[in-house]
Design a binder for this molecule. Sequence first.
Ligand code: FMN
Length: 355
Amino acid sequence: MDSYKLARTALFRLPPETAHDLTLKLSATLPQLAAPWQRPYDPRLSCTVGKTDWKTPVGLAAGLDKNAVALDFFHRLGFGAMECGTITPRAQLGNPKPRMFRYSEEFSLRNSMGFPNFGMEACAARLRNRPADFPVGVNIGKSKEATPSQALEEYGALYEKLAPLADWVVVNISSPNTPGLRDLQQEGWLKDLFNVLNPLRQKHGKEIFVKLAPDLDDQVLRDLTTTLADLGADGLVATNTTHIPERGVGGVSGRLLRVKGHQKRRVVLEVARDRKLPLVGVGGFEDMNDVWAWWAAGGDAFQIYTAFVYQGPELLRRFENATHAFITRAKLPDLKTFLKLSPLERQKLIGAFGR
Ligand SMILES: Cc1cc2nc3c(=O)[nH]c(=O)nc-3n(C[C@H](O)[C@H](O)[C@H](O)COP(=O)(O)O)c2cc1C
């Protein structure tokens, strides 16, 4: 049994949030705990996302290390990049506990956290000391009480403070646990948002990605993607967690999101590819089959959260080994060469050398 499986057996006896906080505290204090999994990045696996080169195509999704306390640990584990946040302007406690639930048999989680975080000043202090050479994006969100017009000011202040310290910024308007947040996924407000952010982006030059929810109709998602491309978004992240009413409040992630995440992402991807808008895939990725499907559809980089909780760092090795074996068998110099191909060309290579 690998050491993560052993640790997980113990951790899964604790309530999910206690296990999460304990693991994160240990990882932040002792980044050398990553040593058993640490190995040099293979430059052949790097992947371009907008203006940033990820070390590998596999990123850590937002919400696991909200306050960017364990960047060194996740860097050593071999993530290709990570997204910290969601960060709000001031520290917030989030919703009352319990607010994180495991569905172990279904390899899924449900959370209704409500953005507990230490606020943007604390995050800025962390990012000032981030490890060199590890791509980090920062995910920003409005405070619980902010009205839509106050939210505009907040996103402006968050970008101004955190963009200079990160490689890219993700505007979160898709978590199900902050009142009114998902209502911001509409054209009028987004226009106002980009009016606020455009001059700041000119000043700091950091790209603005927008993270979308999976609980939107296909046509709404297509229109939203078109609107965001027209407004000048630099990229998208899809998807956030999904609300499943029978399961209770909050958003569900992992295997229970897998099919929906993949389907909704493909809808976004079709428009995004047409508009040359980078799209980071997230939601239900748990093995190479998800990755082949994502790449065959034309997607590039992706992020994981829930599958990482269930499978641990070995999952990164599995992705890496399979990708490496694939490009070697397909006689490609590197992953970037593969990701420049059309979906049709990719499908042929995956069919011949992938699975
Ligand atoms: C406990 C938990 C907390 C999360 N917190 C955030 C967050 O603060 N901001 C955000 O954009 N997404 C957050 N997410 C969503 C993840 O980033 C990701 O979009 C989602 O979990 C789907 O990916 P997965 O199926 O690999 O987990 C959270 C997810 C979980 C499970």
